[in-house]
Design a protein around this ligand. Sequence first.
Ligand code: R5P
Length: 285
Amino acid sequence: MTPGANRNCAGVVSVHKEEAMDWGMKNRMQRIFKEDGKTVMLAVDHGYFLGPVSRLEEPRKTIEPLIPYADSLMLTRGVLRNCIDPKYNIPLVLRVSGGNSIMSKDLSNEGITVSFEDAIRLNVAAVALSIYIGTDHEHQTLINLTKLIDESQKYGIPVLAVTAVGKELEKRDTRYLSLSCRIAAELGAHIVKTYYCEDFEKVIKSCPVPIVIAGGPKLKNELDALKMAYEAVAQGAKGVDMGRNIWQSRWPVAMISAIRSIVHEKASLKKANNLFNSLKNGAHP
Ligand code: R5P
């Protein structure tokens, strides 16, 4: 037998290390995307550039009640180590890019902020990094992505690329987001997180890896956020990676439960909204 080769349980010889790694990659993807291929990720990583953003001032208080309803948590290593009990068996998507704050004029100047070794030590299911297409730091953030993907392939840990827009929220149109999502996938991202936009189906169709949507800043009312999630999933999103529209709601558990019904139970918008209203009025999830 070739040195270093292994025989699997079916007696098939596996020579390449990468083959063994692929199982880990698939397993981690399946921990994030449930049996129906969809996911409700709870995004709580905002502090990495926003600091103590409203309703996330005390991360543990906000996050803990929502953990039973989330399929995975997207967060920083600081919040993970200090505010999340290791007893929780929830897949973690670790933010590994950053390096500036909301005070900075240009949010796109991001670097990689966590070593791959530390991500592995934290037992993460995936790592997440932002790319900023069309900015002065486009090249830098895309090279960050490719470096991370090279590491991720070695260790079988998926990379989620966030198509970030910084302060320029008006950038969230079909052309820009299709371009950003496709480039992220072409460079090897395993999951792409983007914004919902008009003709979202076009963004989905031209991106060969699963897309999840961010919610963006808190919308005026919960029905608007439910509608966004509903439209996105109906047009092919594999779920959400949503933050503020969940935990900045006065009724975060009702909100995440209604989002779950859209993502995992194919609930109509009306049904999801009814569920939200009944939970908000005191029914138990
Ligand atoms: C933003 O920079 C973070 O990556 C958030 O995780 C992301 O924006 C999703 O959260 P929200 O639904 O609040 O936009």
